[in-house]
Design a protein around this ligand. Sequence first.
Ligand code: NAD
Length: 447
Amino acid sequence: MTTTARSAASDVKNLSLAAEGRRRTEWAERSMPVLRLIRERFTRERPLAGRRLSACLHVTTETANLAVTLQAGGADVALCGSNPLSTQDDVAAHLVKDHGIKVFAIKGEDHASYYEHIRAALAHRPDITMDDGADLVGALHMVALNRLDDLAPPVRRWVETLSGADRQALVAGVAGSTEETTTGVIRLKAMARDGVLQFPVIAVNDSDTKHLFDNRYGTGQSTLDGILRATNLLVAGSTVVVAGYGWCGRGFALRARGAGANVIVTEIDPLKALEAQMDGYRVLPMAEAARVGDVFVTLTGNTHVIRVEHMRAMKDGAVLANSGHFNVEIDLDGLRQAAQGPTRVREFVDEWRLGGRRIFVLADGRLINLAAAEGHPASVMDMSFANQALAAEHVVKHARELTKDVHRIPRELDAEIARLKLAAMGVAIDTLTPEQQKYLASWEMGT
Ligand SMILES: NC(=O)c1ccc[n+]([C@@H]2O[C@H](COP(=O)([O-])OP(=O)(O)OC[C@H]3O[C@@H](n4cnc5c(N)ncnc54)[C@H](O)[C@@H]3O)[C@@H](O)[C@H]2O)c1
């Protein structure tokens, strides 16, 4: 590991970056008024006092504001990255140096370092875990189910040093967990369905104030931002193929169209495909879209959505990017076998030669918005992380009643976050009159 600031309590790139991380984190904080209100209440009430919390999140300026909020609530926080390319090294340094938070994350870390950092977060012996993609919870469950061969080597080697009782205590010590993203929630629901989930999990992604805004407007804007920072391509007049018309896909399609692209959507769900068609996009199977697209972006949460057979049909110079959680949406292993390359032609841009044509893959197929840009704007993460902070508090308050299942935070809290966000934006709305309340509750009245 090539780090200059490694200790038992942290592993970050360079502590001297802390001042810049602090400046950027404070800038993000200005756009996070809802989280600020929660932090002020947490400081007074200390709902997480005495709790050890391990978080596996993208280490960005917004996450820094969440970590500080959790710490203000009394939690002893350890943070590792949820993607090898998404860490902002200056922010990691700031959290360690200015807040004494244990951070294990370095931008560009290799596979072994990534899992060594997950190990460090587990070794914090959390009462609460907070995931973005279920990597922490996934590892804990491999320990619970004694499937040590399924653990990445750095985690497995450490778990093997623990006694049976110690391993049990590691899992039993977790009162509950929270999950940030669609992909993680899908994995957790599968665990619950198979009856193996060991503790309750709050699916933060299922809150309306999360996926309706973060996935749609956050991913929409920041994905375009990532592609532009990586390539500086002109969007106007180009053909952009959007794979997946879920929350993220809708947001990105909207922004690509707004920037002047001709947008094509690919889908596997008839309802979503119909929605895309009626929203005015062209809907095609990937095999056909491959022939006409200039830029391809996957936002499905699925695997091998763009395969070599598609890449062979693409135009010379096609650009491929992914903004789904894992780097499996573009079949890079297949590309590696079929093509020559890569040649790094620009930061975050790899050129591959396939049948005499060039294919450009951005950021190794990892989340382009976090790898090449800065992730979502703080204003939208304000709501996502307000949900995270309230979800952690909910786990602590209700650990005994919550079943070992995937839950959402109560709808009243979700609505309260929306109310606070509107208030912070200076947007007022109407309230029901008594007559309207009665009308909406009655069934007798007609025309
Ligand atoms: N980049 C980011 O910062 C960011 C933010 C939020 C979520 N995500 C991730 O983005 C992914 C999508 O999230 P979402 O909330 O939009 O999910 P979603 O479930 O709302 O949408 C996914 C869509 O992809 C479609 N799909 C599945 N397989 C497909 C295929 N082979 N071809 C075409 N379409 C296919 C599904 O039918 C669905 O409509 C997830 O992995 C999620 O974790 C990333």
